[in-house]
Design a protein around this ligand. Structure first.
Ligand SMILES: [Zn+2]
Ligand SMILES: [Zn+2]
Length: 123
């Protein structure tokens, strides 16, 4: 029985389920993610497109860097949900907080560490 991870936005208009183990779990410190999320840093959980299904509603998308980066959110409540990059065309990276049980994922690396906020100290 493969692992199953359910998630969705704050208002419940968008729901999704991912099956199997993620391809990666990582911190992103880039300014673009900061703007989209409002948080000082983000944690993403990467799944192949084939590994997840949107079971309710739809993920609205915004091209934050046209042709390169596309960000997903709930059009009703504004929850940040996903980030997709042209460099990884088969993957969707979900914000860890979109999952119902985010504690099941643990990030193992940092990307864009050079953009990390100087006051953000992590063990
Ligand atoms: Zn919503
Ligand atoms: Zn980022």
């Amino acid at each position: 029985m493969p692992d199953q991870f359910e998630g969705g936005c704050l208002c419940g208009a968008v729901r999704f389920v991912a099956i199997g183990q993620p391809k990666g779990v990582y911190w992103c410190h880039c300014q673009s993610c900061r703007k989209h999320s409002g948080a000082p840093a983000s944690v993403f959980v990467a799944f192949e497109h084939a590994a997840y299904t949107v079971t309710k509603g739809q993920i609205s998308r915004f091209d934050s860097t046209p042709g390169r980066t596309r960000r997903g959110f709930c059009a009703r409540c504004g929850s940040t949900l996903t980030c997709e990059s042209a460099s990884l065309p088969t993957e969707t990276h979900f914000y860890v907080g979109a999952f119902d049980d985010a504690a099941r994922f643990a990030p193992t690396k940092h990307v864009f560490a050079e953009e990390r906020l100087p006051w953000l100290h992590m063990s």
